[in-house]
Design a protein around this ligand. Structure first.
Ligand code: TRP
Ligand code: SF4
Length: 358
């Protein structure tokens, strides 16, 4: 339970989500989770697993959804998201997201959705059926960012911590909120029903995978939060380096080396200095340099894996965290929906009067 200290009552509401794509890698961690763990201390924070969003592209094979949700939840808890400090929940357990999405679908011009850059990009990248891709010419895929708008606005969130790739979606969210407030100003003219949220841009350091390209599950170049020490070491051993450093005796250039990009994130300033100097003077080899990096990565992962294992031993506790968080989220979301229905002059849901026959 969130402690209802005076500061928590005044704290701004933060909301973000992640699609359940399976075990998280270092790129997912640094690009989101690492930041969320810090945000939960300062804000009224809501973090959710976007299982409905996973369906927008993976509707044809849903066999791994349950397992992926569980893996993501474990990684979150392992990384230090604390159900005592933030609300952790599952999107599909809060039907208010779907209700608001439906209402938004009535007021959103198609062109707004067709213009979202990720729509065409994703269709080109993974939507070519002839090339073995997925058929993304669906209603749900077009509506992806509108469901995201509902995710955010159903909590009347102030801030949305996301990376650069999601900024266009939050911008659409603001436009949808504005349009809603224009049509349905509600009773209190000075305070719109759906306040426009702001992006809280996650600083995302360049995080290359073992092949030097951006770390990504689809490239198969990842280091997972769950990788054991020997695996971390052997993956890093194969990592590409400064291509001009062919022999041990060649001086290298850390500025163009992907291994050094990781040093900047996971190594102490002293180790970075030693690695950079040793590289430029050819007094260390790449194997040694990668070993130092592995020390830093392993040290970062050790406490995460230890916490993860303790939750893994009690799977029901993990589902309970999601169930309790979702219950809290439903209560908050229903507050917004009440105001939304009121502003739209819809009739509120009525619970039947139960008459007990004598
Ligand atoms: N689209 C986001 C992503 O792919 C996930 C997401 C869904 C999200 N709903 C959200 C992020 C609401 C922030 C707020 O990363
Ligand atoms: Fe890269 Fe380190 Fe090798 Fe230099 S010594 S090229 S920084 S791996």
């Amino acid at each position: 339970m969130t402690k209802l200290t005076p500061s928590a009552l005044q704290a701004k509401r933060v909301l973000s989500g992640m699609r359940p794509t399976g075990k998280l890698h270092l790129g997912n961690y640094m690009g989101a989770l690492y930041n969320w763990v810090r945000l939960q201390r300062e804000f009224d924070a809501y973090f959710f697993i976007a299982d409905w969003h996973a369906l927008t592209t993976d509707y044809a094979d849903t066999s791994r959804i349950r397992e992926n949700i569980f893996d993501v939840a474990l990684d979150w808890l392992g990384a230090g998201l604390d159900p005592e400090r933030c609300t952790i929940f599952l999107q599909s357990w809060v039907p208010q997201h779907a209700e608001l999405h439906l209402l938004f679908s009535m007021i959103t011009p198609l062109g707004w959705l067709e213009r979202v850059p990720t729509y065409k990009e994703q269709q080109q990248q993974i939507g070519d059926v002839a090339a073995g891709g997925k058929d993304l010419s669906t209603y749900g895929f077009l509506g992806y960012p509108l469901l995201q708008a509902a995710d955010i606005l159903v909590y009347q969130a102030d801030l949305v911590p996301v990376g650069q790739d999601q900024v266009a979606h939050v911008e659409l969210t603001r436009e949808v909120a504005r349009r809603f407030n224009f049509f349905y100003p509600g009773a209190t003219l000075d305070a719109p029903v759906l306040p426009e949220p702001q992006v809280l841009l996650t600083p995302s350091p360049k995080l290359p995978g073992t092949d030097g390209r951006k770390m990504s599950k689809s490239y198969g170049n990842t280091i997972l939060l769950t990788d054991a020490e020997p695996e971390v070491r052997s993956k890093l051993k194969t990592m590409v380096t400064d291509p001009d450093r062919k022999r041990r005796s060649d001086p290298g250039n850390p500025d163009v080396c992907p291994v050094f990009d990781l040093h900047k994130i996971f190594s102490t300033p002293e180790t970075q200095q030693r690695a950079a100097d040793g590289c430029r003077s050819a007094s260390i080899g790449c194997i040694e340099c990668k070993g130092w990096l592995a020390d830093g990565v392993v040290a970062e992962l050790a406490p995460i894996q230890e916490r993860r294992r303790s939750f893994e031993a009690h799977p029901q506790d993990v589902w309970d965290v999601l169930a309790q968080g979702s219950s809290r989220a439903r209560n908050r979301a229903e507050l917004t929906m009440h105001a939304v229905r009121e502003a739209m002059q819809l009739v509120q849901i009525q619970t039947p009067v139960t008459t007990t026959s004598a």
